[in-house]
Ligand binder design. Sequence first.
Ligand code: TXA
Ligand code: MG
Length: 365
Amino acid sequence: MTAIDQAVQLLRAGRLVAFPTETVYGLGADATNASAIDKIYATKGRPDTNPLIIHVADIATAMRVAADWPESANQLAEKFWPGPLTLVLRKRTSNSPANGAEKPSDGPNHPQFIIHHSSFIPSLYVPDNATATLQTVALRIPSHPLALELLRAFGGALAAPSANRSTHLSPTTARHVLDEFADSEAAGGNVGMEPALVLDGGACEVGIESTVLDLTGAVPTILRPGRISPTQIQTILGVPVTLQKPHALAPAQPALSPGQQEIHYAPRTPAYRFSTAQRGLIHPEAADGRSNGIVVLSPLIGTKRYGPIIAMSNDSYEYAHDIYGILRDLDQMNLAAIYIEMPPDSHQWAAIRDRLTRATQPLPS
Ligand code: TXA
Ligand code: MG
C-alpha cells in the first residue's frame, strides 16, 4: 500500500493525516466529518472559534462547498490556483439539497443563476464546527504535488489548519510536525493519538501561510497577508483591495478574523522585534566578546552568518522560506532571547512583517 493509499484509508476512517502544502504543513481531516474535525481542534488545542481552511483538488469541488461562486472567485482561482491563496466565500448550509431544486424557478434567465448554483451542483457540506459556525468558508487548492495527489485520491475536501499546536510556529518540514506531536501515532507514540500519519513532502517552498482573501463583503479584503500580494490580486480583479489591519480586532473577538490574535506563530524563547533605528540598543555579544545568550536575526546586516547574528536573506521569498525553521532551531537552544530586526516596511515584506509582529514583542523600554 502506498503512503497515499494509507492516508486516504485513515482519513476515511475519521483519523487525522498531516500533509505538505507549498506554504506550510497542514493537519488534515475529512472536511465533511464533524467528529474528525473535532479531533483537529482537540489535537491542536485550538479554540473552536477559529475556523479552518478547506482544501480541494479542483475548482469544481470548491464550488460544491461554496454557496456561490462570484466572478471574482473565478478570476482569482484561474490565476492563482493551485497556489497560496485562500478565498473566503459564502458557505452552503446543511439543508441545501444534494442535487435538487432549492429554488426550482432558478434557471439561466434568473438573475441569480450564476451566483446561486446550489440547485445544479451537488453539495459537499462542511459541518459548522469546521467553520466555527460562520456562514462563510475558506477554500484553497494547494500546489504541492503530494497535497494534490492526496486530495485527488481522497476525492473530497480536507479541512486542514497548519499542523502545529495552537499559537506555535507553523511547521515547514515533516520533522517539525513530528516534533509538535511527539506523542502521536505518526511519531511512533501512542496508538490512536493524532495525527495518525505525516506525509513527508520535504521542505515547504513558500514557508509562510497562504494569503486569506474575503470575497463576501462589498470590497475584497485581505484578512491575512501572504505570498500572493494585494497588488497581484488587484491586477486580476481591477478593483481596489482592502488590507485588514493586523490586530484590528481585540483577541477576545476571535471568530471574525481569528488569524489576527496578537500572539500567534510564536517561538517559546522570549522574542523581540526592533527597527533599524533601534540597532544601537542591541548588543548580541557581551563586552568581552562572548555570547550573552541572545541571537539577532536581520536581513539587513549582510550575507554571511557570523557570531550570534544570523544574516537572513534580503530576498523576501527566501526569507519566508527560512524563517520558521530558523526560529524552531533557535527555540531548541535555550537562548536568553531572540532579537529580530524588522525588514523594510514595504509591500514585498508585508506578510513577513505580519508574522514577525505576531511572533515577537516590541523591544522592552
Ligand atoms: O497556508 C495555509 O493557509 C495553511 C495550509 C495548511 O493550507 N493553513 C493555515 O491554516 O494556515 P490555519 O488554520 O493555521 O489558518 C487559517 C486562517 C485563520 O487565520 C482563520 O481565521 C482563517 O484562515 N479563516 C478560516 N476560515 C475563515 C472564514 N470563514 N472567515 C474568515 N477567516 C477564516
Ligand atoms: Mg495556523
